[in-house]
Design a protein around this ligand. Structure first.
Ligand code: CAA
Length: 257
């Protein structure tokens, strides 16, 4: 399915969302964000997509940030609405009951870094640079970067990235836990390799485990642990639990739904 600035397709159990505005290094304006929102909804419902990969077209950038030209003359009210539009989409990505992988080939800056942070797993090519350079523009990250980045890499590193605006090279991004894997080139191939591994497992169990982690991270530890038990119990209401355990005991591969 093709919009103006986003391409969505599903094949081999993977839903691909490609941000396709390469002339502006895939910068996010309201049109891109609205189409991204629709593509995320489609991917979530699409039974042909068991894992979702988000990437950027053109080979130079994942996303180079929110569109600076579109923001230049925004009023405070418009800036608030623009930030909320992106934040709500990014929250949908975080909450999707499927694993979402960011395949980063080039710049992931500002709103692009923040999009990658909303995904579950990040893969970057060696040439990639990831950062939140908004303070060079007189603003700061407004697509949830001030919230997700410190949760992922810790406040010390996040504040340094905020204040220096430095574009962190891929190998360093890996060392600080900002990306899961760095590959010489073709992060899509690595993302697909992970997707194939993920697809062998129970989708319902992955969804429940992802939810337990997401929701538990916002709770006090012992509440999170209790919440885990409640969701663990839900896993025992699924066909996949019966199939997975029966298959193990019958010494055969599980055939999950
Ligand atoms: N918004 C709008 N246009 C952008 C853009 C952005 N974020 N990033 C790149 N572009 C456009 C450029 O204006 C240029 O367009 P033209 O060809 O029409 O001039 C085109 O993409 C190619 O970019 P460059 O010529 O600048 O390419 P380069 O290789 O010299 O530099 C770059 C690449 C270092 C990524 C540089 O483009 C850059 O610094 N981009 C801006 C990065 C940034 O500051 N991002 C944060 C945006 S603010 C934000 O995201 C707020 C938030 O939290 C939500």
């Amino acid at each position: 399915m093709s919009f103006e600035t986003i391409i969505y397709e599903a094949k081999n159990n993977i839903g691909y969302i490609t941000i396709n505005r390469p002339k502006a290094l895939n910068a996010l304006n309201a049109e891109v964000l609205n189409e991204l929102s629709q593509a995320v909804d489609i991917a979530e419902k699409d039974e042909a997509a068991r894992v979702v990969i988000i990437t950027g077209a053109g080979g130079r950038a994942f996303v180079a940030g929110a569109d600076i030209a579109a923001m230049q003359n925004m009023t405070a009210e418009e800036a608030y609405s623009f930030a909320r539009l992106a934040q709500i989409i990014y929250n949908k990505i975080q909450d999707m009951p499927k694993i979402v992988i960011a395949a980063i080939d080039g710049f992931a800056l500002g709103g692009g870094c923040e999009l990658a942070l909303a995904c579950d797993i990040r893969i970057a090519s060696a040439k990639s640079k990831i950062g939140i350079p908004e303070v060079t523009l007189g603003v700061f990250p407004g697509f949830a970067g001030t919230q997700r980045l410190p949760r992922l890499v810790g406040t010390g590193i996040a504040k340094e990235m905020l204040a220096t605006a430095r574009k962190v090279p891929a190998d360093e991004a890996k060392a600080i836990g900002l990306v899961n894997h760095v590959v010489e080139e073709n992060p899509m191939a690595k993302a697909e390799e992970l997707a194939v591994e993920i697809c062998k497992n129970s989708m319902s169990a992955i969804a429940l485990g992802k939810r337990a982690m997401n929701e538990g991270m916002e709770m006090e530890l012992k509440k999170g642990i209790e919440h885990e038990a409640a969701l663990f119990a839900v896993a025992f209401t699924t066909e996949d639990q019966r199939e997975g355990m029966t298959a193990f005991l019958e010494k055969r591969p599980a055939n999950f739904q």
